[in-house]
Every structure is written in structure tokens, then in C-alpha cells.
Design a protein around this ligand. Structure first.
Ligand code: F6P
Length: 357
């Protein structure tokens, strides 16, 4: 019998979301099923009537190369404590489940990071609906899967930034600090740092000493190297400090500022003229890389197949060159930071890249 599947993108956007939407719609069409695209993550289900659109398999072709998500998304507003216009917090979980049933869905494919997947799982359990998860995040910190959608594109962008910064750093004999995203994990920094030829890589998993970083910069100068590139993850911290955050006008806490802090510390010690570049949301935008398109396509097809097999409460993952499924509970129970003993950390050290410790 024909099924109707809902699809939503939740949490911060990234490159690869549109290719996964395309893959889900095309695979569902192979089964003769319909796909409803739910707008703005769970907020589309919460709305009355629910905000969703039937996705036409004949009209999704252009999504393969499109950045962002045509469905919209949000990384704000926990549905169990949802901020209302009058300033109060309300549990909107029942409204969301009402939306699911009103749309006549047989299942939802939820694309999100660990936070979104945990919320979706709780909603599905409470509301009696069927959920299949797909991991996405530039941070690549979802447990169990080696790859999440969006990470590769972000690494490409950060690597290209280092490639570009190298020339200006060399021309002016400067130190340039590149601050990248990644939340509490240093995956983008360690990967782009190696690929982009950084001299120093600073990640949250390995606290650093400003003094030792400056010593390393002076050592490079003494070796006749007239410039240095530092890549620093937004949550990196000194041995004695904590991650630098700012609070925005809505009272939300955001990571960022470690690049500026480090730049000032280096300048104050008169080590070298130093500049900072904060890459920010550039890492989330733009055309998805070929690898992200491949991962998105494989995940989209596999997720629809899980619905066909009625294997709900599972998430598709990339493991040992294969797409396999795991219980969502396992994925969200294992936060995936950079292992200080991992191949990439060893590779960086082996290349003489300084990691700040
Ligand atoms: O989780 C993805 C991410 O881009 C993090 O790397 C970053 O800390 C955060 O989202 C930024 O969130 P926002 O889009 O709310 O500024």
C-alpha cells in the first residue's frame, strides 16, 4: 500500500541537506510513495494547520547542487519548553504529534545533529509516531557514524581559506589565525588544518598554552620561516581557561572569540604582526561538495529503505565504507569528539604541526 512519509531538517543548516531531500523523494517515488516536506523543522508540525508541502519527484533535480535547505530549519525552541510570545515556556509536544497525525504520515525522516535527533526521538516515543534519523552537522560530532552530512563541505571551505591566507601571510610576514566552527569538537580544525598546511592546530580536546604557542612561533622565525598559519576551533581553550562565549541580545550563548583572544596575546608578546579571520557561517553555506552529495544520496536512499523495512527509531550511519543503521539511542549516547590518539592527531604531530600542548 502507498505510504506518505514526512521529511524535515532540524538544527543548523549545512551543505548537503537539499541533496538528501532529493534522494528521499526519488527513492520514495521508486516505492510509489509520497513525501511531504515539513517546513521549519518541528515548527511546521506545531502549526495549525501543519505547514508542509508535497514534494514532486519531477521537481527535485536542482536540489543536488543547492546549499541550505528548501524546507527551512531552526536550531532554537525546544518543543518541550517552547518560548511563547508572552515570554512563558510551554510544552508543545502534543501539538507536534497532532500535526504528524493530521498530515496522515506513516513515518518521518528527521535530518539533524545529536540534539535534534534526541528531541525527535522523544517526540516520536511520546506521540506514537515512526522515526528514521539521518545525521547532519558540519561539526561531525554525532556518535557512531564516521561521517555526517555537511562536514566535508565545511572542511573544504576551511581548507580553501587556509590556502588563500597562506599567500597574504607570506607576503606580509605575518601570523594569521583562522577561527573555525565545530562546537565542542575539533574535527573541522584538525582536518582542514592538516589539509591546508597549518603550522599550529588548536582543538578543544587538547587544551593549549599561549606561552608554548608563542615559543613555537619564535622557533619557526628562528628557522627562517617568515609566516605562520594557526587554525583554532571555536571551543578551543587554554590549559587554565574555558571556552570563550558571547551572549547575544536574545540571551543565547554562542561560542566564538578564541581567534581574537589568541591574536591579541601574540601581539602583546611582540612575537609577530598577527591578524585573525573568523570563517563563521561561510562554512555552512555554498554548493555541497561531491562527497557530501554522495553521502546525502546514500543516506537518503537507505533511510527510505528503513521505512520500507519498518526499522524505526534507527539512524543511517557511515561505517567502514558502508551505510548501516543503528538505534538512534546509540548514536546520541556517544558524543564524538576528536580522539587525541586518533590517526589525524598522530598525522598532525608526525608532520611537525604543533597542537598547543
Ligand atoms: O552546530 C553547527 C554550528 O555551525 C556550530 O559549529 C556553531 O557553533 C553553531 O552551529 C552556530 O550556530 P548559529 O547558527 O546559531 O550561530
Amino acid at each position: 500500500m502507498g505510504k506518505r512519509i514526512g521529511i524535515l531538517t532540524s538544527g543548523g543548516d549545512c551543505a548537503g541537506l537539499n541533496p538528501v531531500i532529493r534522494a528521499v523523494v526519488l527513492r520514495a517515488a521508486e516505492y510509489g510513495w509520497e513525501v511531504m516536506g515539513i517546513r521549519q523543522a518541528t515548527q511546521g508540525l506545531m502549526a495549525d494547520p501543519p505547514q508542509a508541502v508535497l514534494l514532486d519527484p519531477k521537481a527535485v533535480g536542482s536540489l543536488l547542487t543547492a546549499g541550505g535547505t528548501v524546507l527551512g530549519t531552526t536550531n532554537k525552541g525546544n518543543p518541550f519548553a517552547f518560548p511563547m510570545p508572552d515570554g512563558t515556556l510551554r510544552d508543545r509536544s502534543e501539538d507536534i504529534s497532532r500535526g504528524y497525525h493530521q498530515l496522515g504520515l506513516d513515518a518521518i525522516i528527521g535530518i539533524g545533529g545529536d540534539g535534534s535527533l534526541a528531541i525527535l526521538r522523544k517526540l516520536a516515543q511520546q506521540g506514537g509516531w515512526n522515526l528514521v534519523g539521518i545525521p547532519k552537522t558540519i561539526d561531525n560530532d554525532v556518535g557512531v557514524t564516521e561521517r555526517s552530512i555537511g562536514f566535508d563541505t565545511a572542511v573544504n571551505i576551511a581548507t580553501e581559506a587556509l590556502d588563500r591566507l597562506q599567500f597574504t601571510a607570506a607576503s606580509h610576514s605575518r601570523v594569521i589565525v583562522l577561527e573555525v566552527m565545530g562546537r565542542d569538537a575539533g574535527h573541522i580544525a584538525i582536518s582542514a588544518g592538516i589539509a591546508g598546511g597549518a603550522d599550529i592546530i588548536l582543538i578543544p580536546e587538547i587544551p593549549f598554552s599561549v606561552e608554548k604557542v608563542c615559543d613555537k612561533l619564535k622557533e619557526r622565525q628562528a628557522q627562517g620561516k617568515n609566516y605562520s598559519l594557526i587554525i583554532v576551533a571555536e571551543a578551543a581553550r587554554t590549559e587554565t581557561g574555558t571556552a570563550i562565549t558571547t551572549t547575544d541580545s536574545l540571551g543565547q550563548c554562542r561560542l566564538g572569540g578564541i581567534g581574537q583572544y589568541l591574536t591579541e596575546e601574540i601581539c602583546q608578546r611582540h612575537v609577530a604582526e598577527t591578524r585573525v579571520t573568523v570563517l563563521g557561517h561561510v562554512q555552512r553555506g555554498g554548493i555541497p561538495s561531491p562527497l557530501d552529495r554522495l553521502i546525502a544520496s546514500a543516506f537518503g536512499v537507505a533511510a527510505v529503505d528503513l521505512v520500507a523495512e519498518a526499522r524505526f527509531d534507527h539512524m543511517v550511519t557511515w561505517q567502514n565504507r558502508k551505510v548501516v543503521s543503528v538505534p538512534i539511542a546509540d548514536a546520541i549516547a556517544h558524543y564524538q569528539a576528536v580522539d587525541p590518539e586518533s590517526t589525524l592527531v598522530r598525522t598532525a604531530r608526525g608532520l611537525g604541526i604543533y597542537l598547543g600542548d
